[in-house]
Design a protein around this ligand. Structure first.
Ligand SMILES: [Zn+2]
Length: 148
């Protein structure tokens, strides 16, 4: 099973469970994935991942904080656009783009093998599962353009 974070055209966020990545692609191609809130089949995967690595996280073993639950309240269009653009600009200016090597680099930073720094890039759902299992913090963000 794979779990994808999905977002519809109206910015409702939800999780979709699929037998495999191929299963997702097939269902998406047949427009069988619809938003549980508004029913639209215009749904995209949230794939963009970024991480802010901090020194304090090495204390996590002793005092593991609860991972905050993402808000399920649908954002308004304006809120979403502003938030995404703001984050996007901040990331581009301050984060190193590691592209598809995101999970690899996040892991290296986490283990102290490379210099600690903010990075952004992309990760497959499988890679994200691995990061979750190892307690490596990251954030998932939709790419700013939602229209395609
Ligand atoms: Zn919706």
């Amino acid at each position: 099973m794979v779990v994808y974070d999905l977002i519809c055209r109206k910015k409702h966020r939800f999780e979709g469970w699929f037998p495999s990545a191929e299963g997702y692609e097939e269902q998406a191609a047949r427009k069988e994935i619809s938003c549980p809130v508004c029913g639209t089949a215009k749904v995209i995967k949230l794939l963009h991942a970024c991480a802010i690595q901090t020194r304090t996280k090495r204390e996590k073993e002793a005092n593991r904080p609860e991972r905050p639950k993402a808000s399920r309240r649908p954002l308004t269009d304006v809120e979403t656009k502003e938030m995404l653009l703001h984050i996007h600009h901040h990331i581009v200016e301050n984060f190193e783009d590691v592209g598809p090597r995101f999970s690899e680099e996040a892991r290296k930073i986490s283990t102290g093998n490379v210099e600690e720094r903010p990075i952004h890039g992309t990760a497959t759902p499988e890679e994200r599962d691995g990061l979750d299992e190892d307690g490596i913090p990251y954030l998932l963000l939709p790419k700013p353009k939602l229209d395609s």
